[in-house]
Design a protein around this ligand. Structure first.
Ligand code: B1M
Length: 211
């Protein structure tokens, strides 16, 4: 990691959004790739995650770090999305009900746009009804669900049940992801696919809807 990337990593951990945004642009101007900057941000967030777990930092600090991370992601967003020109399909994405985490979802969303999908992002704390209504409105081919809490990942099953109840399950593929989610869990709840990270989510999406 060069000096700018190291600073991005450290300032992200400190929650200094303005500097992370400024330095992310500096890094691009210096020739760093979007992946270099993404890795600096992700490794910074891993450190914050460990400190959070060990009670060395608390929710306000983590929130500031998350804002700084989202600020950096916004700067590299055009680079991550640059490859997608024509829409190859529609994807509805959201963080499931009860869960307010959104960084991983935003990353998956950017990678999907980069892979050529039109993304309808429902945000966080998304109820099963909201997923169903978005599907009816958009006629998307894929629903992506994200959860970071062991207590909210169970709500993914409720979305699949709501799709079944509304007779729409056969019209759409369902992919799930997020730190506590596993392939085994995906099979258990009847999802079509589990993806471990944002770039494999985009690859798997292409395979799932066969483009
Ligand atoms: Co939260 N939090 N948090 N938090 N937080 C975790 C998840 C936790 C593991 C921390 C810890 O204890 N070590 C823990 C969960 C424990 C558990 O459930 N077992 C936790 C907790 C407990 C909580 C609260 C309950 C704390 C409290 O209030 N006491 C609370 C819950 C609020 C709620 O949601 N109702 C809470 C709140 C928060 C903040 C608001 C402060 C903030 C979120 C801000 C935001 O998102 N805008 C926050 C953060 C930042 C974290 C950590 C530190 C970082 C999460 C993150 O963004 N990682 C996290 C610890 C950790 O993960 N190490 C933690 C970076 C992100 C890129 O990774 O989301 O995993 P991730 O995404 C990955 C993959 O999972 C995958 O791709 C990405 C990488 O390419 N992926 C997909 C993601 N989505 C996918 C979808 C796919 C496929 C792949 O297909 C659809």
């Amino acid at each position: 990691m060069n000096e700018t990337l190291t600073s991005i990593n450290e300032l992200m951990q400190k929650g200094n959004m303005a500097e992370v945004v400024r330095l992310s642009q500096v890094a691009i101007d210096e020739g760093s790739t979007s992946t270099d900057i993404l890795n600096a941000l992700l490794s910074g967030m891993s450190v914050v995650g460990v400190k959070f777990k060990n009670n060395e930092v608390f929710v306000p600090e983590v929130l500031m770090a998350a804002r700084a991370m989202n600020g950096g992601l916004d700067v590299i967003k055009p680079l991550l999305e640059a490859e997608g020109v024509e829409s190859i399909g529609k994807v509805v994405i959201g963080t499931v009900q009860g869960d307010l985490h959104d960084i991983g979802k935003n990353l998956v969303s950017m990678m999907m746009v980069g892979a050529g999908f039109e993304v309808i992002d429902l945000g966080v704390n998304v109820t099963p009804e909201k997923y169903v209504n978005a599907l009816i409105e958009s006629k998307a081919q894929l629903i992506c669900m994200y959860a970071l809490l062991t207590t909210t990942m169970v709500n993914m099953k409720k979305v699949i049940e709501a799709l079944e109840e509304s007779g729409l399950r056969d019209t759409v593929k369902v992919m799930i992801g997020g730190a506590p989610v596993t392939e085994k869990f995906a099979i258990e709840i009847g999802a079509d696919k589990y993806a471990k990270d944002a770039s494999s989510a985009a690859d798997e999406a292409r395979k799932l809807i066969a483009v």
